[in-house]
Structures are given as C-alpha cells and as structure tokens.
Design a protein around this ligand. Structure first.
Ligand code: SF4
Length: 374
C-alpha cells in the first residue's frame, strides 16, 4: 500500500501545468488537508480550493432564526448539534442572535450529538415539546430519517434543514465559472448515497473526479488520480476510498431517507435556493414536522432568507471564490472567539480550520494597505 510520501513523490513527478485548481468539497477533507499540511507539501502550482462542504456554514439564516424564536417563545426544548449554537444571525443587537444567546435569555436550548439524543430527551420529558434542528448533509440527515422511520416519540418535532451536496457542485458547474478544473468528492456522502451520484461531473462536465477518504494517503491518492486524468485528457470517477465507498451506497440509509423525506429546493446561506438540494419531511411524517406543528415563526423566518452579517464573505468562501483569509473580516472583526460568520464557528468551516492551523495573515487587509486594492 502506498504511503503519503509515495503519493507525494508521484505527484511531484507529474509534468504539471503552470496552474491547476482542484476543489475539495468536504469540510472534513479541508480539515485533514490543512492539519496534515498538504497544501505546503504539494507543488505550488496546484491550488486546493475548499468548497461547499460545511453543513453549519450553509445552514440558512432563516432556519437558525426560526429555531431561536421557538426556543424563546414556544416553551420548547430546542436541540441542535453543538456547532449550531454559536452560529450568529443578523438579528437586531437588542435580540438574541444565536441559540447560545437564546439559552442565556432563558430558552431551553440543549446541544446534542445525534438525533437519538434528541429522542431520548423527548422520552425523558413527555410533557414538553422537543424540537430538533436537523441541519446537515446526507450523512447526518440519514440518522434523523432512521429515527423517524423506526418510531420517534410523539412530542419530538424536527425542524428540517438537511441539504444534499451534489446539487451545490452541479450549480457551480452550471454557472459557467466553476473556478476549478478537477474535483475531490466527499467520501462520507458517497458512503451513504453511493459513488454514482458524482458520475455527472466527469460525464456531463468533463472534469476529472475522485472520491477520497480522510487520511493524507487517500486524499493524495485522489489528488494524484485527478491530476493524471487531467494530464492524460480522460475523465472518469475514481473511487480512492474503496474501503467504505461501495456501489449503491448504504441501501438501508437510503431507504430511510426515501421513506421519510421529500426532495425540494433548499436555501443555502448567502447563496440562495439550489434546486433538488433540500430535504423536507414527507406527508407521512407531518406529525413530526416542526414547521407544520409550530408554524408561527416560519413565515417570519422566511422573510430573513438570504440575510448575512454585514461584511461577511462566507458565501464566497463556501463557493471557493475566495480563500478564508481573503475575507475582509478574517482575523480582524471575525475570530473564533467573536465569530461574525458561520465559517469561523464550525470545526468544518474553512475559516475556523485555517485559523486553528495558524493562518493569521489577512490577505485583503495586506493588499489594501499596500494600495493594491481600493
Ligand atoms: S472570516 Fe468570518 S465573516 Fe469572513 S468569511 Fe470567514 S466566517 Fe465569514
């Protein structure tokens, strides 16, 4: 089996073009790439661009706002993944602007690690309504779907904010300016949904594509694959994570998703609606749908669709249009202690990952100071 050093040697031996941009979709990939120092190890003509793979970063403002209002005004127990609690919304300063602040203001907000934990809280509190803010991609929506199909407590409602990853990449490719020439596709999503979901990238768009796991070896194998495809002028989907990514994905998880969810257009924070990218509870599970059972704040929340904190460039970071430290606020107004945007909150957010890795230079501020930017 090839080691990371072997893959690096192979990559360095390739007759690379002066510049090539490769997008890595997954937030977990970005963390592995950054913490392993792969950007510094690969030839400098390869640009690895983080893409739309942080579920916390793309959770729309209106969903978090709705969760805050439910926690404050409906007397519910509001459960959410821990990362979601610190994500700020652009509410007036006089109001709680995150679930954490809603908790400080008296809301019963509880961090959970899984939907089953939310179900247990519902079982332990039969007289209370429990709302689970189900943000995440296919990998975290599938356990929520399983919980519903297997039988959730009647007092557990789901505020569904699940998203599908491939439509965001399709949107970038259809834009005519994808900003990358090859793709490293997400291993965990492919494990659940099957590698086939990513075949459209080489087939319809002619881009080299490889699915990677989370070790440096797997990521470098995928990088080597897409570079070689590019150099040889042939594109295909290469599975560089065969240990867990199998044809058809996880049939049981997919069945749970099909039984409990409808696929709809989903709003992505700062980006807007992307066709076929959202999950919504289907009619059979309407009794567990927070938006149908507690609709008071849904319309109010919808009015906030598209809002972003002033100056926040998270949407550009998520779409790979800029690097984290090219945001005007990076490391200045926005730090992990005082995050302005969600990309500085989540462990899978590119800004947070880069900051944790020691990137302190704000490129935008540096260019402005040197007069390169107005
Ligand atoms: S530095 Fe902060 S405001 Fe800028 S893109 Fe990152 S999270 Fe958003």
């Amino acid at each position: 089996m090839n080691t990371a050093v072997d893959w690096l040697a192979r990559i360095r031996a390739l007759p690379l073009p002066p510049r090539i941009k490769v997008m890595n979709v997954c937030g977990g990939h970005e963390r592995s790439i950054t913490t392993a120092g792969l950007r510094k190890a690969i030839p400098s003509n390869i640009e690895l661009v983080p893409g739309p793979g942080c579920p916390v970063c793309i959770c729309p403002e209106e969903d978090i706002y709705e969760a805050i209002q439910l926690a404050l005004h409906e007397g519910v127990i509001l459960c959410a993944y821990g990362d979601m609690l610190r994500v700020p919304v652009n509410a007036p300063k006089s109001e709680p602007r995150s679930l954490e602040q809603a908790r400080a203001a008296g809301g019963d907000v509880r961090p959970v690690a899984s939907p089953l934990e939310a179900a247990r809280i519902a079982s332990d509190n039969p007289t209370r309504t429990v709302v689970f803010l189900a943000a995440g991609f296919e990998t975290t929506t599938a356990p929520a779907a399983a919980m519903l199909v297997q039988g959730a407590p009647g007092n557990l409602l789901v505020l569904m904010s699940g998203r599908r990853t491939w439509p965001a990449v399709a949107m970038l490719l259809d834009s005519g300016e994808p900003g990358f020439e090859a793709l490293i596709a997400p291993g965990h999503v492919a494990t659940v949904m099957g590698p086939e979901e990513w075949e459209f990238v080489p087939r319809q768009h002619g881009l080299p594509t490889a699915i990677a796991g989370f070790s440096p070896e797997s990521l470098l194998a995928a990088l080597y694959s897409v570079l070689r495809q590019k150099l040889q002028g042939r594109c295909f989907l290469d599975n560089c994570y065969p240990q867990v990514v199998r044809a058809g994905g996880n049939a049981v998880a997919r069945r749970y998703l099909e039984q409990s969810m409808d696929i709809v257009a989903g709003n992505w924070r700062g980006i807007g609606p992307i066709p076929e990218s959202g999950y919504e509870l289907c009619e059979a599970y309407a009794a567990h749908d927070s938006r149908r059972r507690l609709p008071s704040y849904t319309e109010l929340a919808r009015k906030r669709a598209g809002e972003m904190p002033p100056g926040c460039d998270c949407a550009k970071v998520v779409l790979g249009r800029i690097y984290p430290n090219q945001c005007r606020l990076y490391g200045l107004a926005c730090t992990p202690r005082h995050p302005i945007g969600p990309c500085m909150v989540s462990d899978e957010g590119a800004c947070r990952i880069w900051w944790a890795d020691g990137v302190r230079e704000n490129v935008w501020a540096g260019r402005k100071a040197s007069g390169a930017e107005a």
